[in-house]
Design a protein around this ligand. Structure first.
Ligand SMILES: [Zn+2]
Ligand SMILES: [Zn+2]
Length: 256
């Protein structure tokens, strides 16, 4: 009993994944799972029941260190760009859900259940000209343990009423902020205001020390004038189903 909290603190400090999510169940709110950022828009969502969902897998040439032998049960791909669809990042034969149709000209309209996770998709665009410049993109909404996690892929515009209604209420929002090929810091902030996620915002798809991208902006502009920012030492944040928070938290993860 006594050793448990210090183990959690140590794990957080080192940013390493020690033990299953249930190690943190001593906390007040029930643990739903945890989210690990690998860089760009790539996250591993691990549910408390052990389901592993890899979102928008990245290739080696982006500059981020990729984990060896990564195992996933499910992989989702928001759109077929090289920095989002590297299925070779995982070993084994996971179930793969593509947001776009094979010809990339339409959306797949996903609404399915995989073990303890419900997955829905909403079609959006990679630019603010209805896809004329960069094509289509997909918002994936994962629901697990009553928590709704929305990943916006390479969203290139603010949302219209139909898109907002289709996405619905969001607890945890994973949003691109680096601009150039997606919404920039200012537009991302507008999208956050539109969706007003209840618990957490995690910025993604921005320039870091590791990323080779010359186009993406770093995180600074997005964090300007933001309140309630939490910098996590490692790549992982634990997701709990707390009833309410005074304000939405901006959680900055460290890919290292
Ligand atoms: Zn893209
Ligand atoms: Zn991208």
């Amino acid at each position: 009993m006594r050793g448990l909290p210090s183990a959690i603190v140590l794990a957080a400090a080192l940013g390493v994944a020690v033990g299953p999510p249930r190690a943190a169940r001593a906390a007040a709110a029930p643990v739903v799972g945890r989210l690990t950022w690998f860089g760009q828009s790539c996250f591993l969502l691990e549910t408390a029941a052990g389901t592993r969902v890899l979102i928008d897998p990245i290739p080696k040439n982006l500059g981020y260190p990729l984990p060896a032998g990564l195992r996933a049960d499910l992989v989702t791909v928001s759109h077929e760009h090289a920095d989002h669809d590297n299925l070779a990042m995982v070993t084994g034969k996971p179930h793969v859900i593509h947001g776009l149709t094979a010809d990339k000209k339409g959306w797949a309209h996903v609404d399915e259940r995989f073990r303890d996770v419900s997955i829905r998709s909403v079609g959006v665009y990679h630019d603010d000209r209805r896809g004329a410049q960069r094509g289509l993109d997909t918002v994936f909404i994962f629901e697990v343990g009553g928590l709704r996690i929305a990943h916006l892929g390479d969203l290139g515009h603010t949302l219209d009423d139909d898109q907002l209604e289709a996405i619905g209420s969001v607890d945890v929002l994973l949003v691109p902020v680096g601009g150039s090929s997606t919404v920039d810091a200012y537009q991302a902030t507008r999208v956050i205001d539109q969706l007003h996620p209840r618990l957490m915002v995690v910025p993604m798809h921005y320039k870091t020390d590791a990323s080779a991208s010359k186009e993406l902006a770093p995180l600074d502009a997005f964090l300007e004038r933001k309140a309630n920012v939490r910098h996590v030492a490692g790549p992982t944040v634990v997701l709990t189903s707390v009833k309410a928070r005074p304000a939405t938290e901006i959680v900055v993860l460290n890919y290292r």
